[in-house]
Design a protein around this ligand. Structure first.
Ligand code: DGI
Ligand code: FE
Ligand code: FE
Ligand code: FE
Length: 188
């Protein structure tokens, strides 16, 4: 597959500057978490660079790409924010030749999570929450937890998203609930 500088140049043309800077933050956080928790830092970097590649595609293009993919189609009945992960994984495969299934899954499930996540999937999903540019209530506690307990930190991050969605009267995608329960189980 393609080298890091080529991917970053392609990303620069695909997303606005703030999202590009967010991505650099996710790369930094994901590499650090990978080193701490025993995932491959090169795979973490690759997944992080591409995780939000499709974030600014028009909704119709995202919907069509989800429909063309093997991702569970029930996601189309949930918030459109969920669609850019599965689509970015398809772009990684088709446009950039990424073949590693763990990297593709880390991209694919970075927003929703899922039960039985690999260490790499957890690292990328958590890095997305705690990268240096993120500011939301509770992020500093999640950053502290991320130093010592990957599952507990990710459970708290996903739990915060679930609580936020519920507080806004929004539906929660089942994979997010299953991921949360799975991570709590692992650290109970
Ligand atoms: O793409 P990012 O902004 O970096 O972060 P992300 O990919 O984690 O997207 C998170 C957004 O998705 C956040 O605004 C909440 C929204 N969302 C809507 N429904 C769900 C959801 N997130 C999860 N995890 N589960 C949902 O059911
Ligand atoms: Fe995202
Ligand atoms: Fe996320
Ligand atoms: Fe992101």
């Amino acid at each position: 597959s393609v080298d890091r500088e080529t991917l970053l140049r392609a990303l620069r043309d695909e997303v606005p500057e703030p999202r590009y800077l967010h991505t650099l933050g996710v790369v930094e956080a994901a590499v650090r978490l990978a080193e701490r928790y025993g995932a491959d830092p090169t795979k973490a970097e690759l997944a992080a660079i591409l995780h939000d590649f499709a974030k600014f595609w028009p909704i119709d293009r995202l919907r069509a790409a989800v429909q063309a993919s093997a991702f569970p189609q029930d996601v189309l009945a949930y918030d459109a924010e969920l669609w850019h992960g599965p689509v970015a994984a398809e772009v990684a495969k088709a446009r950039f030749g990424v073949a590693d299934e763990d990297v593709l899954n880390a991209i694919r499930y970075h927003t929703t999570g899922r039960p039985g996540m690999s260490v790499l999937e957890k690292v990328v999903c958590l890095a997305d929450y705690i990268e240096p540019g993120r500011q939301f209530p509770g992020v500093d506690e999640i950053r502290r937890l991320a130093e010592v307990d990957l599952d507990a930190a990710l459970a708290k991050a996903l739990g915060g998203t679930i609580a936020y969605l519920i507080s806004r009267g929004m539906r929660v995608y089942p994979l997010t609930l299953l991921a949360y329960n799975d991570l709590i189980g692992a650290c109970a």
